[in-house]
Design a protein around this ligand. Structure first.
Ligand code: GLY
Ligand code: MN
Ligand code: MN
Length: 419
């Protein structure tokens, strides 16, 4: 993999305009209480360029006036005392070995290196510093990149601070064979755990117990990380798209909608399935389920390069509109929007909602996206979502989630195999 990280860094450096620095940070877990931190999860752009997943590391890529490039990693020094309490920090040779960055320096020298570069570049014309300045939401706490941007603007007014997040997003959108291999692994472990969960279901089971069955089966396979908090929603609770209460009993005759996924080497699976807790769909549940399944089939059959996310969602809405009357859902002027109020696809990768894909974004070969139509009828206690992950190729979509039970018959067969 080290070769991949090196190639990605080289490609990025070809795209940015010198003389410049590109600085990325691995991040730091926020404190939770006196001596406890929230779980740490590495900055995905830093990971994408280094393969390193430890806190308090910085990557600096430099392009000088003559276009020559160099790279350095800054890490905290090994600490014998800390090693006795929480395990050792990474040694420089290990960090260099994983990332392929040959120069590994103590973190305390990072600030001085940035200063030396900017000082040397004074008066040579525009000099740039590229940072990941993407704010996911208003009021989000400053990251180390935002703090460095402020410092550079204040102390080196001749330097131009640029946001590099868009370039990295464009690179990350298109998956390499190695990335696809990891995504396939995430599919495989999620599939095994999902079936274990389905086989654990019985009328009256608490959503929490089902979540635990999934988690246990993931951990047995060595999974360290979920792609996102699992959604396990019985009956009408399935109409809340991001329900995470997961603490109610699922009654006999109800459906349970689960939306969950493992991450493998940080690459995510994002799967939704809906199954009857007692093992058998009612005729009405089957009718709604098969409508959603057909909408998904249409999306997967038709998805190809050049289409937009909006086009894909239009396919679902058009199909639902053609079925609303037959399903008895058109009374009182109700429309598709009353029963389907999200979009059918988003980009998937190192993050579950990966990168800046909006409705106008165009599909390209190498992208992995979800196909997740749903229908939600809380007044009938029914919510159905079926979500698979698909790879866009020149020839159309390849379903990465093919092994999962999908049809009514396949789902009932898994449920029938309960002990
Ligand atoms: N798991 C969230 C989503 O499907 O988008
Ligand atoms: Mn999902
Ligand atoms: Mn999704």
């Amino acid at each position: 993999m080290k070769e991949q990280y090196r190639l990605r860094r080289e490609r990025l450096m070809e795209e940015v305009q010198g003389p410049c620095l590109v600085c990325l940070f691995s991040g730091q877990a926020p404190m939770r209480s006196l001596d406890e931190e929230y779980p740490f999860s590495v900055d995905r752009n830093f990971y994408y360029l280094t393969g390193l997943e430890r806190e308090n590391m910085a990557l600096v890529l430099e392009k000088d006036v003559s276009g020559r490039t160099s790279q350095a990693l800054y890490i905290e020094p090994y600490d014998e005392y800390l090693a006795k309490w929480v395990g050792g920090r990474m040694r420089p040779e290990e960090a260099g070995g994983i990332s392929g960055v040959e120069t590994v320096l103590p973190l305390e020298r990072h600030s001085g290196s940035v200063h030396r570069f900017l000082d040397r570049s004074r008066g040579v014309g525009p000099v740039r510093v590229y940072l990941d300045l993407w704010r996911y939401k208003e009021g989000q706490a400053d990251t180390p990149a935002h703090k460095l941007a402020d410092r550079i603007r204040r102390e080196y007014p001749y330097a131009v601070v640029e946001d590099v997040s868009g370039r990295l997003a464009a690179m990350r959108c298109i998956k390499s064979p190695e990335e696809l291999h990891r995504m396939e692994k995430a599919q495989k472990v999620t599939h095994i755990a999902l079936e274990a969960m389905m086989r654990h279901a019985y009328p009256g089971v608490n959503e929490r117990e089902l979540e635990g069955a999934f988690d246990f089966a993931l951990m047995k396979q060595g999974v360290r990380e979920h792609a996102f908090p699992s959604i396990v929603a019985g009956g009408a609770r399935a109409a809340t798209l991001h329900y995470t209460g997961n603490d109610q009993p699922v009654r006999d005759g109800e459906l349970v909608l689960v939306d969950l996924g493992a991450a493998w080497d940080h690459y995510c699976a994002d799967i939704s399935r809906t199954f009857p807790v007692n093992g058998t769909f009612t005729p009405r549940q089957k009718e709604i389920y098969n409508t959603v399944l057909e909408a998904q089939r249409i999306v997967i059959d038709r998805a190809r390069p050049g289409m937009t996310f909006r086009d894909l969602n239009g396919l679902v809405k058009d199909y639902y509109a053609s079925r609303l009357e037959d399903l008895g859902l058109a009374a009182g002027g109700k429309t598709v929007d009353d029963y389907y109020y999200h979009s059918v696809s988003h980009s998937l990768g190192l993050d579950t909602h990966d990168l800046r894909t909006d409705r106008q974004s165009v599909l390209s070969p190498g992208m992995v996206i979800t196909a997740e139509p749903g229908l939600y009828i809380p007044e009938e206690g029914i919510g159905v979502r079926i979500e698979d992950d698909i790879l866009i190729t020149e020839a159309g979509a390849v379903n990465l989630s093919l092994a999962f039970p999908r049809t009514v018959e396949e789902i009932e067969a898994v449920m029938a195999s309960r002990g």
